[in-house]
Design a binder for this molecule. Structure first.
Ligand SMILES: *[C@@H]1O[C@H](CO)[C@@H](O)[C@H](O)[C@H]1NC(C)=O
Ligand SMILES: *[C@@H]1O[C@H](CO)[C@@H](O)[C@H](O)[C@H]1NC(C)=O
Ligand SMILES: *[C@@H]1O[C@H](CO)[C@@H](O)[C@H](O)[C@H]1NC(C)=O
Ligand SMILES: *[C@@H]1O[C@H](CO)[C@@H](O)[C@H](O)[C@H]1NC(C)=O
Ligand SMILES: *[C@@H]1O[C@H](CO)[C@@H](O)[C@H](O)[C@H]1NC(C)=O
Ligand SMILES: CC(=O)N[C@H]1CO[C@H](CO)[C@@H](O)[C@@H]1O
Length: 418
């Protein structure tokens, strides 16, 4: 299970195939400019909704037809710019073709009364997390570089997306058994250097791995250093699995033991047992779906949507595409565009729909192509919102802002949390 998680629960990773293409060294990284701008806000002073819950999404910076001006801010309290990355020289860098995009993002967030976060890492962007925090000197260099960048560009907070401490992640991450200890020291230093920035972290569905290779049993010190974590409860089943299953299950304790691969319910139990308070946990949900052939053949994954094209080039580690290179990934809007579901979220005619009560997951099946899709819709987002409220969690974080269709998913989860 841990092995599977290290590969899979990294949604920003599985989805990040397009990132590889864009984030090559041919793009000039904007140099962090010396700061003199922006008065930092109070710690944890995110624009909370009336009931104080976090409604967050990640904004992926590489879609040519989903730019900052396309973000619909309504319904969100926090929006994270995805991503900045630790560099081999131990500083933070943002690799984008248009450096003005970052300032457009933070300015638009302010205008819309939404708090802006800078996400650091991601599946493709965690190669140098470990080396950047490995020594006191490196932590200091890295933390100061981030603080300077965040202040220069007017961010309200930072979101650490290290996938994953003490794991090789995409396959070629720097790593050390001391990663999680160093991560904590880094968070504590970051708090001192930037006391007015909100600090969060995106995590797996089980706690960070300690020096023994097992999940830590006490993460309370991490909780004191962070405002909240986003537990990435997706990619539980995917093209790495041996059978088809729900991509982002709400529950799995109702499933047979072999099918208990993790869920929002199991994640809440694992993190709270290790001392992370429920009110600092937010559930990361996804507007992405996964298409699989029912006669499940890993070498024959269906093609994804236009935002999730087949991999044709080597990944960040230099490894060639796996299998046929297809991703099988569809954003929620693409399920509508692709004729699986209608504009109101119902199953389209000619398709077969079902709703799995245990995992609270809709599936849609195209009999003419034998493609089965595990996805999320307003009904499953409503169930997740109810769980968030009932379990006393901090809120939700959605990957990614551009995946929704006319705000249907976000409206559903917000209404259920209210
Ligand atoms: C982006 O472009 C793709 C490909 O043309 C299209 O299918 C999709 O609807 C567009 N999405 C948005 C959000 O404009
Ligand atoms: C510290 O950072 C430098 C880059 O500035 C890197 O070369 C070195 O390997 C790092 N130290 C460790 C122990 O990872
Ligand atoms: C943080 O905010 C407080 C009050 O808003 C302010 O007094 C303080 O100077 C700020 N600290 C830094 C390091 O900017
Ligand atoms: C998860 O499933 C278990 C076992 O069926 C059930 O007792 C529990 O209420 C479910 N939890 C939620 C939040 O649906
Ligand atoms: C949803 O859309 C379908 C097809 O477009 C339509 O037949 C159905 O009446 C709609 N349902 C609702 C509740 O609007
Ligand atoms: C606390 C706070 O600032 N809340 C605001 C968050 O943003 C929404 C939508 O823009 C406002 O209505 C709230 O007043």
């Amino acid at each position: 299970m841990l092995i599977a998680l290290s590969l899979l629960s990294a949604l920003p990773l599985a989805l990040a195939a397009p990132t590889c293409t864009l984030k090559t060294s041919s793009y000039a990284a904007p140099a962090p400019t010396p700061s003199s701008v922006s008065t930092p806000t109070n710690p944890s002073s995110g624009n909370t909704t009336t009931n104080g819950m976090i409604s967050m999404a990640w904004y992926a910076d590489w879609h040519t037809n989903f730019t900052v001006s396309d973000i619909s801010w309504a319904g969100y309290t926090h929006m994270a710019f995805f991503t900045a990355q630790p560099s081999s020289s131990g500083t933070v860098e943002v690799l984008i073709s248009d450096p003005t995009m970052v300032d457009q993002f933070t300015a638009a967030a302010k205008t819309n009364n939404v708090k802006s976060l800078l996400t650091i890492g991601g599946w493709d962007g965690s190669l140098y997390w470990s080396s950047s925090v490995a020594t006191a000197q490196n932590r200091s260099t890295f933390a100061n570089s981030i603080a300077q960048y965040a202040q220069a560009h007017g961010f309200d907070g930072l979101d650490f997306d290290w996938e994953y401490p003490a794991k090789s992640g995409v396959g070629c991450n720097t790593m050390s058994p001391q990663d999680s200890d160093n991560f904590l020291s880094f968070m504590q230093e970051m708090r001192q250097i930037a006391p007015n920035l909100t600090l969060s972290a995106a995590t797996s569905i089980v706690p960070w791995v300690g020096s023994t290779g097992s999940p830590l049993t006490d993460v309370s010190k991490y909780a004191s250093s962070l405002d909240w974590i986003e537990v990435m409860n997706y990619d539980v089943y995917g093209d790495f699995s041996s059978v088809t299953g729900p991509n982002s299950p709400l529950n799995d304790t109702c499933a047979s033991s072999t099918d208990q691969q993790g869920s929002a319910v199991s994640a809440i139990a694992a993190w709270t047992k290790a001392g992370f308070p429920a009110n600092k946990l937010s559930t990361a949900v996804t507007g992405n779906s996964l298409n699989l052939y029912t006669t499940f053949d890993k070498t024959n994954i269906p093609i994804g949507d236009s935002w999730s094209p087949p991999s044709t080039t080597a990944d960040v580690c230099g490894n060639p595409p796996v299998g046929n290179g297809n991703t099988g990934i569809y954003n929620f809007w693409a399920l509508i565009e692709g004729g699986f579901i209608t504009q109101n979220g119902t199953v389209a005619s000619g398709m077969v729909g079902m709703f799995d009560e245990c995992s609270q997951t809709p599936f849609v099946y195209n009999p003419s192509t034998s493609v089965l899709v595990s996805y999320d819709d307003p009904q499953s987002f409503t169930a997740k919102g109810q769980l968030i409220k009932q379990a006393g969690l901090a809120g939700f974080a959605m990957y990614e802002a551009g995946g929704d269709y006319k705000g249907m998913l976000v409206q559903a989860i917000n209404s259920a949390m209210a």
